[in-house]
Write a protein that binds this ligand. Structure first.
Ligand code: 6GU
Length: 259
């Protein structure tokens, strides 16, 4: 899959895409990330990308010309399996289902907006979708683009290793998908006692059926406490149902769909 990112801060992406899962996937050719500097598509001496808003008001607005020129030169044709995505706080909320949908595409072109705004003709006439990563305001779309790339990349076949891609498919099939990972149970590792705080007894007991029950219950309780919104959707924690991990703590507890 190809990720194109259009930004006025190309340097920003040196960090996020050069570490961990995304970096390895790039090295092995499972995905390609191309960072494009919006200023390359300006023609004036000052390489101007923004201007004052019509109607008055604070801040500056990204001009349409460089953005249209950039997209039309990066993608001279618009294939059906490619989407132009404008990142802005007004967009549709990014979630795991959207990440899965993007992961099924051949490519996405992420347009990083600035918080003051992007000329609305970009949203209306150029972007296929307008996406936000949450209900808060960032100073630009760059962090959001990095979030989207990471969330989508780890769903691509082979990126997390073969076993996970298969697991992801089967979860998708039962429509509890990756959302199940949001509802993971509380995890502990050694030491069994730290500063006087003990790991729940059942986890060190070796009773696999009791461990399963404890995990389901603990996942539910934590969801109700921290995510009452998810609780109301009927989303259910997925507790591993086949093979139990080695007696905890071994550092190798078998979780679903994790690196
Ligand atoms: Cl995509 N952009 C900005 N500027 N702020 C955001 C966002 C995006 N998503 C949440 N807040």
């Amino acid at each position: 899959m190809i990720f194109d990112v259009l930004t006025i801060f190309p340097e920003f992406f040196r960090g996020p895409f050069e570490h961990g899962v995304v970096a390895r996937a790039r090295e092995t050719g499972l995905l390609d990330i191309r960072i494009h500097d919006l200023r390359s598509w300006t023609s004036d001496r000052h390489r101007t990308v923004d201007d004052r808003p019509f109607g008055g008001g604070e801040g500056m607005v990204l001009k349409p010309e460089p953005v249209f020129s950039a997209v039309e030169s990066i993608w001279p044709e618009r294939a059906a399996d490619r989407k132009v995505v404008l990142l802005s706080p007004q967009g549709r909320l990014f979630d795991q289902a959207m990440a899965r949908r993007f992961a099924s595409l051949g490519g996405i072109l992420l347009l990083c907006g600035r918080y003051e705004g992007v000329d609305e003709r970009v949203a209306e006439r150029l972007a296929d979708e307008e996406v936000s990563i949450g209900d808060y305001v960032l100073s630009g779309g760059e962090l959001a683009a990095a979030v989207v790339v990471d969330a989508v990349a780890r769903l691509l076949p082979g990126v997390l290793g073969n076993e996970n891609s298969a697991l992801n498919e089967s979860f998708s099939a039962v429509d509890n998908g990756e959302e199940a990972s949001l509802l993971d149970w509380p995890q502990y590792t050694r030491p069994a006692e730290f500063r006087g705080w003990k790991v729940p007894e059942v986890l060190v007991s070796g009773h696999h059926e009791q461990i399963r029950r404890w995990r389901r219950q603990a996942a539910f309780e934590k969801m109700k406490r921290l995510r009452p919104d998810l609780s109301r959707t009927g989303l259910r924690p997925v507790i591993e149902n086949e093979k139990e991990p080695e007696p905890v703590p071994s550092g190798q507890a078998g979780r679903n769909s994790h690196e």
